[in-house]
Ligand binder design. Sequence first.
Ligand SMILES: Cc1ncc(COP(=O)(O)O)c(C=O)c1O
Length: 360
Amino acid sequence: MDAKLLDKLSKRKKEGTFRSLTLVDSTIDFFSNDYLGFARDNVIEKFEGYLSGATGSRLLSGNSSEADNCERFLANHFNVESSLVFNSGYSANLSLLSTIPQRGDTILYDELVHASIRDGIRLSFANSVSFKHNDLTDLNTKLNALDGVIYVVVESLYSMNGDVSPLKEIVEICTDNAAFLIVDEAHSVGVFGKKGVGLIQELNLESLVFARVITFGKAYGFHGAAIVGSKDLVEFLVNFARPFIYTTALPPQDYKTINYLLNSSLIATKQESLLKTITYFRKELTDVSRYPSDLRSPIQIIETNTIKSTIELAERLKKNGIFTKPIFSPTVTQGKECIRVCLHSFNTKVEIDFLKELIN
Ligand SMILES: Cc1ncc(COP(=O)(O)O)c(C=O)c1O
């Protein structure tokens, strides 16, 4: 391999940021996005009699009545005109951001948005500028300084720090400035709202949002994603979104599984159990954890504040069968290093007590 590439790899090793694929042998899950435990429940029905592969892209041989039914169901479930399923949240965001904002338009995005949104922005011909995380004043100032067509992009629940967006205010600001609002609900569907419809619908804001990204690989424990919005939006994506057009579709039974999971009668009880876990965690670990902007956030942060103590704690937890995500700068500013803990409907008080014991 070219020496430049080898240099880059060895630099990572020296810095301690080298990534490798490891088999996670975690006995206690404070790590995965399986917030409601669907992935471990084995509740997914086996749909027999379907082709095991889609055989082509959606515009060629890969379309199916299962895909069509699923998208109708999703449109109804998320109270919009139309929806389009993607093979992952990554490709949904890549599609949306690279396809919709046009040359001369501007994408104004929260500085903490996910890599898939950033990559979509990089592929877009539109201009782009970030605003400070969850900072309404900065959003307002930047919006006022811009003209032309503007797309504002936020997440409803931020995956790295567990913060919830001030969605009501953001919607109001976008409406006042005639900006199109895009909300990534990857981590909030399933967890929030009746039947897990997410935060935007819980707040009855769906008619004021241009597009929402919904994923099935997190609280639903499956895979795939959807963009939900207007009929025009979906028609545009079907015609111009290259990550949608040039890829093999999901197998037909996957659409059935998505329908099945989103319709599950277990969601309400699972949400209740998750909330109990979060409430117990908040009660027991108040001293060491950051106060989240929404008390119902399944993503909680344990403050460690130095690189050394973050590494030490992560290692101690790992030795005891608990995998967590240590977060260093530049993801967070120096001195704000922390450990990210994901809570689940299936975590027990005993597990949280054990976590507490290892932290103290
Ligand atoms: C906010 C956000 N959006 C999109 C994605 C991508 O979703 P997927 O894992 O389905 O590709 C992620 C994944 O971590 C995410 O955190």
